[in-house]
Design a protein around this ligand. Structure first.
Ligand code: APR
Ligand code: PHB
Length: 403
């Protein structure tokens, strides 16, 4: 087989790679998406599920929001639960009408894959990229990947590294990136439950036994999480133990968690991570390849969508107008939003979890912060505007002002 040539080689068919592919095809730019895993694997992976208004808007603009419109659950608030009581944060009212939509990342991925296949644009599963070369020169970059039991080469003007935290893209530029990171002394055990959520809004709960979250996927499917030890094995968690912990951490005030058959259960580690810059010549990092946030702020998917929206616009400027200006500011513009989300996710995480090494003083600080958030309109607004998503322009303006 001869060498294939494209404008943009996209590594990874997670939400970042798939959405970028869709935005580029709408802009008339050619791309090839290469994904290491199978379609079945990618479509079965259960991930987070809260979309900011800005993410919903981009999915609309990309023409992949029909099912999201029908099945997504609009939420104008959340509950914070601590000291044995639940407090409603009316985010919509506090942010001038902004809200979030609960719709599983898995569903976003399925919709994007269906749209790509319907367009008959290249999307190859079981096609792991092994090596990236010549991404820093004037000529095309070269990718080496394996597919259908053969080695292939793809040449591209630009490479979009959308290959997640364990991908090959960031590894390729490891010597040139600076890393900031923090790990947490806990993980989340998540379950998917066949049963109606007992709550109208998501409940983030701090309890002496640890954090828990009551979320949902539909009117008949619930999603719940428990703080567990970072190296926790599922073997230690019988269904009985999961439910009894959830009741202990969530029930009260006449409210009780609604049990049902557990259809999926897994443990996710918690980490904060940033790699910068996000551009290296013609190689652009996007999504989890460049940054990770702990899931408490529900920002991971939204950051990935924001990155590729900025990247698609910048690539359109290069390929359609020969203007490289927007690509030159890609990294800084993304990182302004990334760091805001890093802070917010860290803040939500430390305020709501019990650090096993924390002293009694630390626990009282977290509780004091929670009491402040639910009693001060200014504090509640700060939480709300971060949770629903800050307009990109505002963080960009801050960046520009900084020089
Ligand atoms: N070649 C091809 N594909 C690869 C390679 C490789 N060498 N390495 C990794 N991949 C694929 C992975 O199999 C995965 O499907 O890249 C994809 C990356 O997708 P995600 O991990 O979903 O990352 P991203 O698209 O950035 O989405 C970020 O996912 O982890 C959540 O919370 C996070 O919501 C956020 C979102
Ligand atoms: C989810 O529903 O999976 C979910 C919701 C909110 C979060 C994290 C995960 O903060």
């Amino acid at each position: 087989m001869g060498v294939e040539r494209t404008q943009v080689a996209i590594i990874g068919a997670g939400p970042a790679g798939l959405l970028l592919g869709r935005l580029l095809s709408r802009a008339g730019i050619d791309a090839v998406i290469l994904e290491a895993r199978s379609r079945e694997y990618v479509e079965a992976r259960i991930r987070a599920g809260v979309l900011e208004q800005g993410t919903v808007d981009v999915l609309h603009a990309a023409g992949v929001a029909d099912r999201l419109d029908r099945e997504g659950l609009r939420h104008g608030g959340i509950y914070l639960s601590f000291d044995g009581a639940r407090h409603h944060i009316p985010m919509e009212e506090l942010t001038g009408g902004r809200s979030v939509t609960v719709y599983g990342q898995t569903e976003v991925v399925k919709d994007l894959i269906a749209a790509r296949l319907a367009e008959e644009k290249p999307l190859r599963f079981d096609a792991p990229v092994a090596r990236i070369e010549d991404f820093d020169g004037d000529g095309p970059a070269r990718l080496h990947y394996r597919h259908d039991e053969a080695e292939h080469e793809l040449h591209a003007d630009v490479i979009a590294g959308c290959d997640g935290f364990h991908g090959v893209s960031r590894e390729t530029v490891a010597a040139q990136v600076r890393i900031w990171e923090r790990t947490y002394p806990f993980a989340w055990l998540g379950i998917l439950v066949d049963g109606a959520p007992a709550t109208d809004e998501l409940i983030y709960a701090r309890h002496p036994a640890g954090f828990s979250l009551y979320s949902m996927r539909s009117p008949t499917v619930s999603r719940l999480y428990l703080q567990v030890a970072p190296d926790e094995s599922m073997e230690n968690w019988s269904e009985d133990r999961i439910w009894s912990e959830l009741h202990a951490r969530q029930d009260g005030d006449g409210f009780t968690v609604n049990e049902g058959p557990i259809t999926e259960a897994s443990v996710t580690p918690m980490r904060s991570f940033v790699a910068a810059p996000m551009r290296h010549g013609n190689l652009f990092l996007a999504g989890d390849a460049a940054h990770i946030v702990p899931p408490t702020g529900a920002k991971g998917l939204n950051l990935a969508a924001a990155d590729v929206t900025v990247l698609a616009q910048a690539l359109a400027a290069r390929f359609r107008e020969g203007d490289d200006g927007p690509l030159e500011t890609y990294s800084d513009r993304c990182l302004a939003r990334v760091w805001r989300a890093q802070h917010f996710s860290w803040w939500m995480t430390t305020m709501l979890h019990r650090d096993p090494a924390e002293d009694a003083y630390g626990a009282e600080l977290a509780l004091s912060q929670l009491r402040y958030v639910v009693s001060s309109r200014a504090q509640a607004t700060a939480l709300a505007e971060n949770y629903v998503g800050l307009p990109l322009e505002r963080t960009v303006a801050a960046e520009v002002a900084r020089g």
